[in-house]
Design a protein around this ligand. Structure first.
Ligand SMILES: [Zn+2]
Ligand SMILES: [Zn+2]
Ligand SMILES: [Zn+2]
Length: 150
């Protein structure tokens, strides 16, 4: 992510997902996706509007809602006043979050393959013991960021 040129596959995939839900990939929805892709990290709605100053808050918010409904954008549970948004993992890559409980900053982190494999083994063990069939996991790490740590 974070490329300057629009990612053709990304847009094609999102257009297809919207079509499955009887929705169109409008210019505004595309602009919101472009801004999220350019940000390359979870961002708030005000941050999103700063990335693309042609976006209006009301229409960007409506676009985000539709994109969340069809599973293209993920809304992150957040400790601060503003929700954070990012493109769904199936459009980017599997990762985890470092969430600062002090300033609310959220940073994406990818873990080494061996760590992911170890986590999956552990989660599979716990889940299957309860008759639960695990599909994937979401784990976020809460604490204080480098700026907020005294
Ligand atoms: Zn912080
Ligand atoms: Zn993320
Ligand atoms: Zn993981």
């Amino acid at each position: 992510m974070g490329a300057d040129l629009p990612d053709i596959d990304l847009h094609r995939s999102i257009a297809a997902r919207l079509a499955e839900h009887g929705q169109h990939y409008t210019a505004n929805r595309r602009a919101v996706v472009d801004a999220l892709a350019r940000a390359g990290a979870p961002i708030t709605l005000p941050d999103l509007l700063a990335v693309d100053e042609s976006l209006a808050q009301s229409s960007a918010y409506r676009s985000l809602s539709v994109l969340i409904d069809v599973g293209v954008v993920r809304r992150l549970v957040h400790v601060g006043d503003h929700a954070l948004f990012e493109l769904a993992e199936h459009l980017t890559e599997h990762h985890h979050h470092l969430i600062c409980e002090s300033c609310g900053t959220v940073v994406d982190v990818t873990l080494p393959d061996r760590v992911e494999a170890a986590m999956d083994r552990t989660f599979d063990e716990v889940a299957t013991a309860l008759g639960f069939a695990p599909l994937h996991h979401a784990v976020d790490i809460y604490g204080t960021c480098a700026t907020c740590t005294p």
